[in-house]
Design a protein around this ligand. Structure first.
Ligand code: TYD
Ligand code: MG
Length: 458
């Protein structure tokens, strides 16, 4: 038994102290220090690749090859798009998301696609038994040659299996259920979670394996509590969606090998996650002819334009303060828009309950959706549908003025593809063509009142 010592690791920020205290000296959170036993002495051995010839070679920057490592296309286009073109051998990617959202399903499907294409895959399960994983594999068609299973909660066993078999793709499900026997502290504590990620990152490099690490998101919204994990991995991908809905979005929160603003759209079916072929149409529930309380915007998520329907319901409030409830959009943003509508467009919603819903389970962050939200609210209040063929994109300032949006012509092109013919937006920025076919159909409103008139009045 090697000599050990105890340190106290803050479960919030990951800093360590030699003594226990009620408050973390670093981030000042209360009751977050947890005793963690470490092997003592400075000579804590870490496995490193044997220094082969040239292992520490210093070379001129010009002599370094910039050729990108060949990527493994996962076969699920929406996932590859978010990763920037596929999985990178020797890298570690953290897949985060709420419990039950479909992380295990997605990774098992990725393993199956890769195995079917001739790459070997290893699925390490610490969370479920091999039998349970096999059951899921039957549902999603992942009982294929080339996938191996290992049920363990011991980090060392998992590392050994990856080193021993050098699979092209290894799933470790999940970071919270594995623990190193060299370290004190329960599985899921900061010390353990960090150790798991660090050791797997090493192994990934050494075996040229792409390791996919599953992490449950805690209530606080961060993977495994602390942010510390994000530094240790090459990419962080989140799987999101409403639990009861079937739409799932994948987004990269960090990506060493690509951009972070692409979004992938998948749908959860009885036989696993499937790609949504025409994602833009997917978020469009609009009925024809248009009904009151609905407006369509074209959101730009990364380089991909998505047509999204905003639905609003405005109804006279009963007793007490009126209700304001939203799904898929920040409630504070809607409260602000309600105030701007009252002040600058003469639409008073003080005595009304207000409900705003983004169709299809999408969550919109882009302020360019403001104008469509305002139009949906105005449309519901006035019981008058937005003119057919109209989409809106514009950010509203508190003054009621409209700010320019990025790439209006890109948005209009997408709108046209879906059968719309006019885009109501704010004033031009430098990149907006003022003449020519791209500008044809773009209407620049001066302020909120003007935009609503164009949207609602025939
Ligand atoms: P799972 O992948 O276990 O989620 P996570 O690993 O993120 O916790 O998925 C769990 C949910 O997905 C479960 O409620 C059942 C549903 N599901 C389907 O709808 N279809 C399927 O083919 C599978 C495998 C799961
Ligand atoms: Mg799971």
């Amino acid at each position: 038994m090697p000599a050990t010592r105890s340190v106290y690791v803050c479960q919030q920020c990951g800093s360590t102290s030699p003594k226990w205290a009620g408050q973390c000296p670093s981030c000042e959170a209360w009751n977050t220090l947890v005793e963690t036993v470490m092997p003592s002495g400075p000579s804590r051995r870490r496995e490193r690749p044997a220094p082969g010839p040239g292992a520490a070679a210093v070379e001129p920057i010009g002599a370094v090859s910039s050729a990108e490592a060949e990527r493994l296309a996962s076969g699920i286009g929406e996932v590859d798009r978010v990763l920037g073109g596929g999985l990178v051998p020797g890298s570690i990617v953290l897949f985060g998301g709420d419990p039950g959202i479909g992380k295990s399903t997605l990774l098992l499907q990725l393993a199956a696609r890769l195995a079917a294409a001739g790459s070997s895959a290893l699925y390490v399960t610490g969370e479920e038994s091999s039998r349970q994983v096999r059951g899921r594999a039957e549902r999603v068609g992942a009982v294929v040659e080339g996938i191996s299973l290992l049920a363990t909660t011991e980090l060392e066993t998992a590392v050994e299996a990856i080193t021993g078999t050098s699979p092209a793709f290894a799933v470790v499900d999940s970071v919270q259920t594995l623990a190193s026997s060299e370290l004190g502290g329960p599985a899921g504590s900061v010390g353990q979670v960090r150790e798991v990620a660090m050791r797997l990152a090493e192994v990934a490099k050494r075996s040229a394996t792409c390791v996919a690490l599953v992490g449950h998101v805690t209530k606080e919204g961060t993977v495994a509590g602390p942010r510390t994990l994000e530094h240790l991995v090459d990419a962080v991908v989140y799987l999101e969606g409403e639990r009861l809905g079937t739409t799932r979005l994948i987004r990269a929160a960090k990506n060493r090998f690509g951009s972070t603003d692409e979004v992938g759209v998948l749908e959860m079916r009885g036989d696993g996650l499937v790609e949504v072929p025409d994602a833009s149409r997917f978020f469009l529930e609009s009925e024809q002819p248009p009904v009151a309380g609905s407006a369509v915007t074209i959101a730009l998520e990364g380089t991909r334009p998505l047509a999204v329907e905003i639905q609003a319901l405005v109804a006279p409030a009963g007793y007490g303060s009126p209700r304001r409830a939203t799904t898929g959009i920040d409630t504070n943003r809607v409260l602000m828009l309600i105030a701007v509508l009252a002040r600058h467009a003469g639409l008073n919603l003080t005595g009304h309950d207000v409900y705003v819903n983004v169709a299809g389970g999408l969550r919109i962050e882009e302020p360019a959706a403001d104008l469509a939200v305002a139009a949906a609210l105005a449309s519901s209040l006035r019981e008058r549908a937005v003119r057919s063929g109209t989409v809106l994109a514009g950010e509203l300032a508190l003054s009621g003025r409209l700010r320019p949006v990025s790439r209006p012509e890109r948005r209009l092109t997408e709108a046209r593809r879906l059968g719309f013919d006019r885009l109501i937006t704010g004033p031009a920025r430098g990149d907006l063509p003022t003449a020519g076919p791209a500008a044809d159909g773009i209407e620049q409103a001066t302020d909120l009142r003007d935009a609503l008139r164009r949207a609602l009045e025939a």
